[in-house]
Design a protein around this ligand. Structure first.
Ligand SMILES: [Fe+2]
Length: 281
């Protein structure tokens, strides 16, 4: 133990200030899935701090996520963030979908059987914001209508705190990831997915959901009963990819990974910090 370690507050740098408005103290765990994956914990962590892989790994997201236009930010040593716009097709697919098709694809992901229509003159993004606002209001017991943005109601705003904690931000139910080593086995890890849902201030927190565990041989689709089919399929795609990435690292003749300048800046930032800690020992 480092007796001269900084306080947790100091260690978290800008994160507490950025997360304050999302009231994580006023949320309960509405879903918790953990799965053993056949890759090192860093490989799994890295896969969830960039959106660049989605065009190859998650083609079903292209109609409604502007993946390749994601914004990436890094601060200090420990905190980084991606913001990806929802309700907008990826720029590579911009001409392929109507606003209605974009909205339909988004509804399919969350398994909503109701297919709301995009009225003439409106965008899928605007309709989706209108759908999300009353849900966020009801969960929080507040009215956000005069003090929020479409981005806060739907976009993927995913932070990370070095080394392995990655909370999303936003009004509605948000995801949080945690990637843990699996004991001493460097070839596998435990990935945890939490859904954190607001409850109104002054009311008692609903009980946290029980943990749903998937072993190394069970795909995320086996968790569809708690995750929903569309959502579990996205993780299924990552879960299938990651063991291949782990193998690929060992097959690399170069012995290092070439990271893209911008889209993978968070992964570079993560490894720069990791190197600092390792070299400081
Ligand atoms: Fe992914």
């Amino acid at each position: 133990m480092d007796e001269n370690a900084p306080s947790l507050q100091e260690y978290m740098e800008v994160l507490p200030q950025h997360m304050d408005q999302w009231k994580h103290e006023q949320r309960f765990v509405s879903m918790h899935v953990e799965k053993v994956i056949a890759c090192n914990w860093k490989v799994a962590y890295e896969a969830f701090i960039e959106s660049y892989h989605a065009i190859a790994t998650h083609p079903q997201l292209m109609p409604f996520q502007a993946i390749d236009n994601s914004q990436y930010d890094v601060w200090g040593d420990h905190v980084s963030r991606t913001i990806t716009a929802y309700g907008v097709a990826n720029p590579t697919h911009a001409d392929l979908y109507t606003e209605q098709q974009s909205l339909d694809a988004m509804m399919a992901l969350i398994d909503l059987e109701d297919r709301p229509q995009v009225p003439p003159g409106m965008t899928a993004r605007e309709v989706y914001a209108q759908l999300n606002l009353p849900v966020a209001n009801e969960q929080a017991g507040e009215d956000f209508s005069e003090r929020t943005t479409m981005s806060e109601l739907m976009d993927s705003t995913l932070y990370s705190l070095f080394p392995n904690f990655a909370p999303w931000a936003g009004h509605g139910t948000v995801i949080t990831y945690r990637h843990r080593p699996n004991g001493d086995d460097v070839e596998s890890c435990i990935m945890e997915i939490f859904l954190l849902t607001r409850y109104p201030e002054g009311t008692e927190s609903p009980a946290d959901a029980p943990t749903y565990r998937l072993n190394i041989d069970q795909p995320f689709s086996e968790g569809a009963e708690v995750m929903g089919a569309g959502f579990s399929n996205v993780f299924n795609q990552d879960g299938a990819n990651l063991p291949q990435v782990q193998k690929g690292l060992k097959a690399s003749k170069k012995g290092t990974v070439s990271l893209s300048n911008y889209q993978e800046v968070r992964i570079r930032h993560f490894h720069q910090t990791l190197d600092k800690y390792i070299n400081a020992k």
